[in-house]
Design a protein around this ligand. Sequence first.
Ligand SMILES: [Fe+2]
Length: 189
Amino acid sequence: MDESRSRSTTSAAVTTPKLAPLLSYLDGLTGPMDLSVVERMLGELDIARGDVASSCVFGTKGYKRNTISRGEWHELVCICWRSGHCTPIHDHRASSCGFKVIEGVGTEIRFEQSSSGLICPVKTTRMEPGYVCVAEDADIHQIANMQSAGLDLVTLHLYSPPLCRINTWKYAEATVEACEQDGAAPLYD
Ligand SMILES: [Fe+2]
């Protein structure tokens, strides 16, 4: 095993004790988390924007991912969205994904691939604070802050293993593009 990959890295900026039990659990992982565990742990988390204030950094051209902790089997990220920020339509390839809405109201649009190859929107969900959204690796979706100008969206995302590759999809086009993520940019949820 590559030791450099097995060692977790946690942002020194995060000081909230509320995340300590989760970070300790994530640091001890020896394999990928089951999606039901991701959902339960996020659901049990009692957290507000003030608890992750040091990880609340917004982008100017789009949503911004702020890594809190990353190890071989997990990635914990605080994502900040201004009004109008949204992800591309994407899946998560080999990672299970879950996130909790900390502040604001998010919107999730789910898609399914039709037999023609075109993707079709099948469900839209309004996500209030406290809402936990989970997605299997093959699920196709788009997340957005569709609130009015001035209303922020802050979400806490847990991936297992870390999100390194995704597929992006284009509505009304039967094409898919594989994208590599390396922690720099572009970064999708
Ligand atoms: Fe996603």
